[in-house]
Design a protein around this ligand. Structure first.
Ligand code: PLP
Length: 241
């Protein structure tokens, strides 16, 4: 994709976020845009950063992310891990990312806390909730969320920032909102537990459901396709595993 196209796409996403905020009486500054760069080359990330001042990038595949990070150390980027975490990969995640959106197991949380380097700030974590039930196996079940949040909150090197979900894809705007509303309700319940953590983040909304997410209180939208264009099938190669 040509340089100016990425810049244009980011401008368009920012305008979309602004319009969606305006419609529901929110400030655009309350909603952070995470550019999801999985399968995209390091050069595309560089363009987004240097031409459009995009700072936060989301990656799903560890090996691929580490390779790109190594090519971009001259830029002040904030890296978010948004893929599923295997327990033998926690050390690299703890060492190379500022945020994790997909925490759903206590064992993984414990390892991330133990392995977070002391010269870095605490790892910012979100608990991924399996809102749509059987549709996706990833995420903690809503009825187990409270117990997991209490365990994570007790870990010294993690800062529990909030919740994330990936609802079952649907074009029905009301169904999109209903799923996001459930997550918002769960976050409010956690806030009432006074866990001693910020709990200020709702990571909801992707390219196709950004409006609904912002209407339901999203503070962070994860946008891939609308910024970088369609991902090529098979582009991930072996770094997938
Ligand atoms: C790929 C991905 C996104 C971005 O999806 P788009 O539809 O390309 O905007 C957001 N969140 C997660 C967890 C993803 O894996």
């Amino acid at each position: 994709m040509s340089p100016s196209v990425i810049e244009e796409h980011i401008a368009k996403v920012r305008a979309q976020v602004e319009a969606a905020c305006q419609r529901v009486g929110r400030q655009a500054s309350e909603v952070k845009i995470l550019a999801v760069s999985k399968t995209q080359p390091a050069e595309a990330i560089r363009l987004a950063a240097t031409q459009a001042q995009q700072q936060a990038f989301g990656e799903n595949y560890l090996q691929e992310a580490l390779e790109k990070q190594a090519l971009l150390t001259d830029l002040p980027l904030e890296w978010h891990f948004i893929g599923s975490i295997q327990s033998n990969k926690t050390r690299a995640v703890a060492e190379h990312f500022a945020w994790v959106h997909t925490l759903a197991r206590e064992k993984i949380a414990r390892r991330l806390s133990e392995q977070r380097p002391l010269d870095l700030p605490p790892l910012q974590v979100l608990l991924q909730v399996n809102i749509s039930g059987e549709a996706s196996k990833d995420g903690v079940a809503p009825q187990e969320l409270k117990a997991l949040a209490q365990q994570v909150a007790a870990l010294p090197r993690l800062s529990l920032r909030g919740l994330m979900c990936i609802p079952e894809p649907t074009e029905d705007a009301l169904a999109q909102r209903a799923a996001f509303a459930q997550l918002r309700k769960l976050l409010i319940e956690l806030q009432h537990l006074d866990l001693g953590h910020p709990l200020d983040t709702l990571s909801i909304g992707m390219s196709a459901d950004l409006e609904a997410a912002i209407a339901e209180g999203s503070t962070l939208v994860r946008i891939g396709t609308a910024i970088f264009g369609a991902r090529q099938r098979g582009a991930v190669s072996s770094s997938h595993f």
